[in-house]
Design a protein around this ligand. Structure first.
Ligand code: MLT
Length: 314
């Protein structure tokens, strides 16, 4: 497919709308971040960046879909710690290589994980939640966004830290999982802060702790896991922008420029800050920086998942 793209195409790019695959359902953190960035990129590229939600299998369905599309700059995606790092250890038959089957555009943001629960859960602190979870291990329901998703992997790490193995309920994204948590149909969810802060502020769910070193600016009243007595549980996850492998370098450079412009935009910065997302270091908002970051993240997550005894089966 690469041979069919003339250099002239890169000079006039983009001449039509660009599709951005979000590998999870609408209303979740990947969708929320993707829409904010897509809107800003549409302005600087002079073409609409259209969101397409391709959910399923913890985000691996949409990621795999991207690898099968033309590498012409008109198909990009937002991947994350689950789809492009944890998936390697969780899916023995993963159909894509998260590094070599993609053209890296840049890291988009990092997110803290919040331990959240339905309002009616009889625990008000992280310590009470741990006690409750140990006592109710056989009946407790953990909502997540599918095998290998961030919510799945990070709650499995929480379970390994506490020493429990409760049941899990998979969704097509934490947008729908959050709806059921608010409705009280599931007990708890390890979600990225960008999906959670508005619900916590509205009091429709409980947040026990944020699993990062310092408190999150969007939820300053929520303690860190260290403050709440579980210092071993620390998780920071990320979103990354990717294109199919073979996307011409000048087009990748144009997309990277648009991503950097989006992240420097005052309105985008304000919206991400309000949601509690953090901006990445500048050197990671580059194709080469993201590529080595992904390699390092795969190397980091693979032994962590193996040590936690986690497989796609639990
Ligand atoms: C989503 O956008 O729904 C989440 O990123 C899913 C997840 O990985 O937990």
């Amino acid at each position: 497919a690469l041979a069919g793209i003339a250099p002239a195409a890169a000079q006039t790019y983009p001449t039509r709308p660009i599709t951005m695959i979000i590998p999870f359902a609408a209303g979740g953190p990947t969708d929320v971040v993707g829409r904010i960035v897509a809107e800003a990129m549409s302005k600087s590229l002079g073409q609409t960046v259209v969101i397409e939600n391709v959910a399923g299998a913890g985000g691996t369905t949409g990621s795999n879909r991207l690898t099968q599309l033309q590498p012409d700059g008109y198909s990009i995606m937002i991947g994350h710690t689950g789809t492009h790092a944890a998936s390697v250890a969780l899916y023995p038959n993963l159909r894509y290589n998260p590094v070599s089957d993609f053209a890296q555009i840049g890291l988009v943001n990092t997110n803290a994980i919040l331990i959240t629960a339905k309002k009616a859960l009889p625990a008000n602190t992280l310590a009470e939640f741990v006690t409750w979870l140990k006592a109710n291990e056989r009946t407790a329901n953990n909502a997540h966004a599918g095998i290998g998703s961030v919510s799945h992997t990070t709650c499995l790490l929480l379970h390994a830290t506490i020493g429990v193995r409760p049941q899990s309920v998979p969704y097509r994204g934490t947008g729908p999982a959050m709806n059921d948590l608010v409705a009280g149909q599931v007990d708890y969810l390890c979600d990225q802060v960008v999906n959670v802060a508005p619900q916590v502020r509205a009091g429709t769910i409980k947040a026990f702790a944020v699993a990062q070193a310092s408190r999150n600016s969007a939820l300053p009243d929520v303690p860190t896991t260290t403050e709440a007595g579980l210092p071993a549980y620390q998780v920071v996850v990320w979103n990354a922008m990717l294109a199919p492998k073979g996307t011409p370098e000048p087009i990748v450079a144009r997309l990277n420029e648009a991503l950097r412009a989006a992240l420097a935009d005052a309105n985008v910065k304000a919206r991400l800050a309000e949601l509690g997302a953090d901006l990445p270091a500048d050197n990671l908002v580059t194709p080469a920086g993201l590529r080595s970051f992904l390699e390092a993240e795969i190397a980091k997550w693979t032994p962590v998942i193996k040590a936690a005894g986690v497989t796609a089966g639990n």
